[in-house]
Design a protein around this ligand. Structure first.
Ligand code: PLP
Length: 394
């Protein structure tokens, strides 16, 4: 007898994956340059040359060590390097015992949720949100509570988050720079959140964590991205090198349980326990060593900056409404009809693949992933124009 929930998850790919698969088929049919695939967040810039050079150097290492198991939480020297980096970069105390290397932010978030939640607990997420949060939360018998962001700014609605907190709340997931909106929460907004959470913790007599999901931290266009542990001590950072260093297939990232929280050690031990329970131990060893050498490499945001300019100026001229993106590589565009799924379906007729906002827990928008080639953006403009004209003609 199989597990029905697992069967259902396996049988129903996410709307993003479905659209991506449709795009692959369509490209095979009519040619890749005729399909404007904005469906998926796969980085379009290559990983830095230094990554390749590091891999080549690592090939001289004793293969038994290089390809062997590391300790479950990651190689001690790698965790030390990351802790030193966090101390230097953000000015907070950080120790290697509070770090747990993971297969990307996906594993990091699933582990963190399992570490701090008990069945029946609630996890708050500002919406729109990355859809896998729901799956990871429900998998451990907890409930995801969506709190819409303020519009039109898509800032955190702190009073609404406060109203959603109760004696079952154990965490709030904060993703900034944000997928799917491309927004970055301001320091003031995060400080307001932190002050409210501190008050609610005292009132309810229970710990409420922030899980800071940070795969896009370095992808910004001038915005300040505050380091949440500096603002709220009970923070668990889930970092990843998938987007900033263009290494999504290598599955490497880390969890950092802030040293500043009063239960820092117990939380880090629970993280290790959750990693063990979920089978997420000993992150890919080769890439642990790669990131030890490449940790401080900057992200190559230039290609995304150019795409962002091309896309926003083109769509603005055509009369589309969107949220001015401050980070990540997503543009959040208002659908030209209330039903975003119908809008996305119509866009397909013009070979434009746009993800409807229903996948992210809200109606009326589409996400345009602009981690694509420049030619794709330029080539898509007549299609966006024709899509708009089809609505104007009604
Ligand atoms: N969180 C967000 C907001 C994402 O957009 C993604 C991937 O797209 C992830 C987490 C998972 O990333 P990773 O490849 O690091 O597992």
């Amino acid at each position: 007898m199989i597990n029905q929930r697992m069967y259902d998850l396996g049988a129903a790919p996410s709307a993003i994956r479905e659209l991506f698969a449709y795009g692959m088929e369509r490209k095979a049919m009519i040619g890749a340059d005729k399909v404007f695939d904005f469906s998926i967040g796969n980085p379009s810039v290559p990983a830095p040359e230094a990554v390749r050079e590091t891999i080549l150097k690592l090939m001289d290492m004793d293969p038994v060590v290089l390809h062997g198991y590391t300790p479950a939480s990651g190689a001690p020297q790698v965790r030390q390097t990351i802790a030193d980096f966090i101390k230097r970069e953000y000015g907070v105390p950080a120790t290697p015992g509070q770090l747990y290397l993971t297969a990307g932010a996906a594993a990091g978030i699933a582990i963190s949720l399992a570490a701090i939640c008990n069945a029946g607990d609630q996890v708050i997420v500002p919406s729109p949100f990355f859809p896998e949060y729901r799956i990871w939360t429900e998998q451990i018998g907890c409930q995801l509570v969506e709190v819409p962001c303020l519009q039109p700014s898509f800032a955190l609605d702190v009073p609404a988050i406060e109203a959603a907190i109760n004696e079952h709340t154990s965490a709030i997931i904060i993703n900034s720079p944000n997928n799917p909106v491309g927004s970055v929460y301001t320091r003031e907004n995060l400080q307001e959140l932190a002050a409210m959470l501190t008050r609610k913790e005292a009132e309810l007599g229970r710990a409420i964590y922030i899980i800071a999901d940070e795969p896009y931290r370095l992808l910004t266009y001038g915005a300040d991205v505050p380091y949440i542990p500096c603002i709220y001590p009970r923070t668990i950072v889930c970092y990843s090198f998938s987007k900033c260093l263009s290494l999504p297939g290598e599955r490497i990232g880390y969890i950092y349980v802030s040293d500043l929280m009063d239960n820092a050690r117990e939380t880090a031990i629970a993280v290790a326990g959750a990693g063990r329970a979920l089978g997420y131990f000993c992150a890919p060893a080769l890439f642990q060593y790669v990131l030890q050498a490449c940790l401080e490499l900057p992200a190559d945001v230039e290609a995304y900056r150019i795409n962002r300019e091309l896309l926003t100026s083109g769509l603005r001229e055509l009369g589309y409404e969107f949220v001015e993106p401050q980070g990540a590589f997503y543009l959040w565009v208002k659908a030209l009809e209330p039903d975003a799924k119908a809008f996305s379906e119509r866009a397909k007729k013009f070979e434009l693949l746009l993800v409807p906002s229903d996948s992210f827990g809200c109606t009326g928008w589409v996400r345009v992933s602009y981690c694509v080639s420049r030619e794709c953006i330029e080539g898509s403009m007549p299609a966006f124009a024709a899509l708009k004209a089809s609505y104007d003609a009604e």
